[in-house]
Design a protein around this ligand. Structure first.
Ligand code: ADP
Length: 262
């Protein structure tokens, strides 16, 4: 996108030439539009649960809630408040990554992080009767533990959320000479091809109501994208509708930084 300025050059009232200036405003305009869109989305996402909380509180205040419904109303307020806390946490995380904050690289065992994250998700997987498995072995890479945890948590959480009852989630750690990778494979609902390029955008959801129902903020994968970028990694996505999704994150490494176990 260009902004064009034309200045005529006149001599004795006669146009004898013109200077054309073309400013490339593509990137600046794009960033500005992104920022505005994000602000509008954040406002909307914050307002929805707040309005719902206010609505319930007002009904209770005006004595319009029967005593037997009280617990349900208070529970609803708590759920919506919890949604706000998750959303605000995600927004803060995303803006920290955006500002290019400085997180030091350390030696991290990719297998250990995956194993910890999966232990933390065991209950919600069991509630949906989903079998979760981890394969591979210890591999130390130069990374940021907190970001790795974030990435693996979001991928596994999605693999459970967008799965079928009785489905499977397979997580595999593998390493090559100059790289290590983590693959998260689910037997879930899959992502329609036309949505695949967009799911890493902020607040983008294939099915808004399903995402909200399962507590999704629509920010998980954009946090993954930014964290992977910070760690100089690469994301690969394969998905087929009704069959499942495979997401692989590959971290290139200096050979000297990697400690592998066989
Ligand atoms: P959300 O909080 O909605 O889960 P994400 O950014 O994590 O937000 O994911 C964006 C959207 O991508 C989700 O709403 C969902 O539609 C889709 N998605 C993500 N992971 C999967 C998956 N493993 N299987 C199917 N759809 C997925």
């Amino acid at each position: 996108e260009y902004q064009i300025h034309v200045n005529r050059i006149e001599s004795n009232g006669i146009v004898i030439g013109a200077v054309v200036l073309a400013f490339d405003i593509t990137e600046a305009a794009f960033a500005e539009r992104n920022r505005r869109e994000f602000t509008a989305n954040v406002s909307h996402e914050l307002k929805t649960p707040l309005q719902s909380i206010m609505g319930s509180a007002e009904l209770m205040e005006n004595g319009l809630v029967k005593s037997e419904d009280m617990t349900r109303f208070v529970g609803h307020i708590r759920t919506e408040a919890g949604r706000l806390v998750t959303l605000i946490d995600d927004i803060i995380r995303l803006s920290q990554l955006d500002e290019g904050c400085d997180m030091p690289f350390e030696n991290v065992d990719l297998y250990e992080v995956a194993s910890e994250v999966m232990a933390g998700l065991a209950d919600i997987a069991a509630a949906k009767d989903i079998e979760v498995a981890l394969t591979g072995k210890k591999v130390y890479i130069k990374s940021v533990r907190r970001l790795l945890t974030e990435i693996i948590f979001n991928l596994c959480d999605n693999a459970i959320k967008y799965n079928k009852n009785g489905g499977t989630v397979e997580v595999a750690i593998s390493s090559q000479e100059n790289s290590a990778s983590i693959t998260v494979k689910d037997s879930g609902i899959g992502i329609p091809p036309e949505h695949q390029a967009r799911i890493f955008e902020r607040f983008y959801r294939v099915d808004k109501s399903r995402s909200k129902e399962s507590g999704g903020t629509g920010l998980g994968l954009s946090i993954v994208k930014h964290a992977v970028q910070y760690l100089n990694g690469k994301i690969e996505l394969q998905s087929s509708l009704g069959q499942g999704t495979v997401i692989q994150i590959i971290f290139q490494q200096d050979k000297s930084d990697m400690v592998q176990f066989s």
